[in-house]
Write a protein that binds this ligand. Structure first.
Ligand SMILES: Cc1cc2nc3c(=O)[nH]c(=O)nc-3n(C[C@H](O)[C@H](O)[C@H](O)COP(=O)(O)O)c2cc1C
Length: 159
C-alpha cells in the first residue's frame, strides 16, 4: 500500500516538537542559518545530535563534514526568529542580535540553550540529509523560560 503525502503530513504533524535555529558558515565564509524542527539528541557518550535538512536547501554547504554549527533551542515567544530563519530573504541575520563564536558560528541572543557542534557525518535520507554533529560546547543562558513548541503546522504552548 502506498502512503499519501497528505496522510503522512497529518500523522507526523501530531508529533509535537521543539523548534531550533541552526547556524553555521558557508565554505565562502558567509553566515548561514535555518529553522529546523527535525532535531534530536542521538548519543550521550559521545555527545551527538542530529538534524534533518532538505537536500535542496540553499544553506546545505554550511553543514558539511568537519564544519562547525550551532543549534539554538528556541523559547516561547520566539516565533519571529523561527519565521525569520525559514524566510526567503537575502540576509536572515539582518536585525537579529548575535555574536560570532570563536569557531566562526553566529550565536543568537535570547535562546533557551545553544549547543555548539562539529559535523561528524552526513547521511542521505530520502529527500533530506541527516546531519550528525558532536556537541563541543553548551550555553544554558535562560532555563526559566519555556520552550517554543510546534505541531499540526502551527506553534503551540504547554498547558
Ligand atoms: C517551524 C519550522 C520548522 C522547520 N523544520 C524544518 C526541518 O526540520 N528541516 C528542513 O529542512 N526544513 C525545515 N523548515 C523549513 C526551512 O526552515 C526552510 O525551508 C529553509 O529555510 C529552506 O532552506 P534554504 O532557504 O537554505 O533553501 C522548517 C520551517 C519552520 C517554520
Amino acid at each position: 500500500m502506498s502512503v499519501g503525502e497528505a496522510d503522512f503530513r497529518r500523522a507526523l504533524g501530531g508529533f509535537a516538537s521543539g523548534v531550533t535555529v541552526i547556524t553555521g558558515t558557508t565554505p565562502e565564509g558567509a553566515p548561514a542559518g535555518v529553522t529546523i524542527s527535525a532535531f534530536s539528541s542521538l548519543s550521550l557518550n559521545p555527545p551527538l545530535v542530529l538534524f534533518c535538512l532538505g537536500r535542496e536547501a540553499q544553506c546545505r554547504e554550511a553543514f558539511g563534514v568537519g564544519r562547525a554549527f550551532a543549534v539554538h533551542i528556541l523559547a516561547e515567544g520566539q516565533e519571529d526568529l523561527s519565521a525569520a530563519f525559514a524566510a526567503r530573504t537575502e540576509d536572515r541575520f539582518a536585525g537579529v542580535a548575535h555574536r560570532l563564536a570563536d569557531d566562526g558560528c553566529p550565536v543568537l541572543d535570547g535562546c533557551l540553550a545553544v549547543l555548539r557542534c562539529r559535523c561528524e557525518t552526513v547521511h542521505m535520507g530520502g529527500d533530506h540529509l541527516v546531519v550528525i554533529g558532536r556537541v563541543q560546547h553548551i550555553d544554558l543562558p535562560d532555563q526559566e523560560r519555556r520552550p517554543l513548541l510546534h505541531f499540526r503546522g502551527a506553534y503551540g504552548r504547554l498547558g
